[in-house]
Design a protein around this ligand. Structure first.
Ligand SMILES: [Mn+2]
Length: 487
């Protein structure tokens, strides 16, 4: 028997000081975790009851200087009696004997919180406060679930076209929120509801354009006419018609999702309004909907939303809340890290800079059409960047930048003339001799050199063959041929 007592209690991870009502609930949780723990209480009867249930428990007086004698070092201590002074002296005794152990202590009144913290407890909780916080958390969660469901049901009942309107000069938060709302609508109503995303102003920064291009987001320029074509309208990242958008304030809006501080003062009414000025991004609201509705989030949407949260909170440094962080954490494993990297740091290589330089230098403009020959290029990705840049030039509605690689003539076109579907124009002009097509506002063409002699000097070859090639384009768009040699 002497041998057994020398072995004393086995090493445990947790020690629970005080097995009253709070301690008992901790014990129930620890049992679920299957972790080793020891209970210390001054009530002999309670210790006996615990032991009867095969729980390691010993009787000790908490004010006794020998409180920790015979108790192995533990990693975490819970100090939970209903008496402030008892808890305080236990915390001090534990810190003295086992300074590395972490202590969770119960404050019996609000004043006790600081006293226990100063004594060395790492985490002090005051039960009434904990209950209040938890109740609020739970009710917010329940509310989020109910409103997500309500939005879903509204979308599921619609028939026709939903126009999703981002604010003026949309940023990643607005763009990704629009994408996510479209994804929810698609999930709720794949058959009868069609979504279109609109913007006005310009998609400004290189990062934003890169985002739209890389995530293949279809965005259309907003005009009174396209708004008319929609049966339903949603506003994302702005609080009402006429607020950071050029809609008439009387426009009927069906959905408003926003997080701006002044959004709360918006008088706008809509069938569904969710404005949360406390949150760092509208993308956070949309992430919560996706989460609550258990809708699978595809990579482009997840990548867009994460970028939206990051850029609206200046990389978690501005107006950020724990919710924003937790939504970002939820999105992270669903995103495409490489893509996010590319969006956030669109690199400007030496070659890109050279191509941009040539594109600017060699530009020719005729009736709103810009043509620019950048000559021989190694990396065809530089052309869209040049076209992106040149479409911003005053008086230019369509920018066509072209160059030549070892295998093909490459063209990249940007268009903001809404009467022109540039993807269709390119397909019509070059579809028979290469790959060509795209969207109303951006398109590309690749014409293999197999159609032409394989000359050594590619720059020379390009100037020899480009005129007849471009004529196919100018004929379709109705540009006069008089200035053909200027191209
Ligand atoms: Mn925003």
């Amino acid at each position: 028997m002497a041998e057994v007592s020398q072995q004393s209690a086995p090493r445990v991870k947790y020690a629970v000081f005080g097995a009253g009502i709070t301690g008992y609930n901790i014990i129930v949780e620890l049992l679920k975790e299957n972790a080793g723990f020891l209970v210390i209480d001054r009530d002999e009867q309670r210790v006996k009851e615990l032991r009867d249930r095969k729980i390691d428990a010993i009787k000790k007086e908490f004010h006794d200087p020998g409180l920790l004698l015979g108790i192995h070092e533990f990693e975490i201590a819970f100090v939970l009696t209903g008496d402030q002074e008892t808890n305080l002296s236990a915390v001090r005794a534990i810190k003295m004997r086992y300074p590395v152990a972490h202590i969770v202590a119960r404050a019996v009144d609000p004043l006790g919180i600081t006293a226990l913290e100063s004594a060395g407890a790492e985490f002090v909780f005051y039960p009434p406060q904990l209950i209040a916080k938890n109740a609020l958390f739970q009710i917010n969660k329940l509310h989020a679930n109910k409103i997500s469901q309500r939005l879903y049901n509204i979308l599921a009942g619609w028939e026709g076209t939903l126009g999703i309107i981002t604010h003026k000069n949309p940023d990643p938060d607005a763009i990704s929120s629009a994408m996510a709302l479209a994804a929810i609508a698609r999930n709720a109503n794949p058959q009868k509801l069609n979504c279109r995303i609109f913007y006005e102003g310009v998609i400004g920064h290189q990062e934003n354009r890169t985002m739209v291009n890389l995530l293949e987001i279809r965005m259309e320029r907003m005009t009174p006419q396209v708004v008319q074509e929609c049966n339903f309208l949603a506003l994302v990242d702005c609080a009402g018609p006429g607020i950071n958008n050029s809609l008439s304030p009387r426009t009927h809006i069906d959905i408003i999702l926003d997080h701006h501080k002044d959004g709360m003062h918006s008088e706008a009414t809509a069938g569904f309004v969710d404005i949360r000025p406390g949150l760092g991004a509208t993308a956070s609201i949309l992430t919560q909907y996706l989460q609550e509705l258990d809708i699978p989030v595809d990579k482009p949407v997840a990548t867009g939303l994460l970028y939206g949260i990051r850029s609206d909170t200046k990389d978690f440094k501005r107006n950020v809340t724990p919710q924003d962080m937790s939504y970002a954490a939820f999105l992270l494993p669903l995103t495409d890290a490489d893509l996010l990297d590319k969006i956030m740091s669109p690199s400007l290589s030496q070659e890109t800079l050279d191509v941009l330089g040539s594109a600017i230098r060699n530009r020719k403009i005729r009736s709103g059409y810009l043509f620019s020959n950048v000559g021989y290029i190694r990396n065809r990705d530089t052309l869209p960047q040049a076209a992106d840049l040149l479409i911003n030039l005053e008086g230019v509605n369509t920018a066509l930048v072209y160059g030549i690689t070892d295998e093909a003539i490459i063209m990249s076109v940007r268009n903001r003339d809404i009467r022109l579907h540039i993807g269709n124009v390119l397909a019509e002009a070059f579809g028979d001799i290469g790959e060509a097509g795209g969207h109303p506002n951006m398109a590309a063409a690749i014409i293999p050199l197999t159609f032409f002699s394989r000359a050594e000097n590619k720059d020379q070859l390009l100037s020899l063959i480009i005129d007849p090639v471009l004529r196919k384009f100018t004929d379709i768009v109705g540009l006069e041929n008089e200035g053909k040699n200027e191209i």
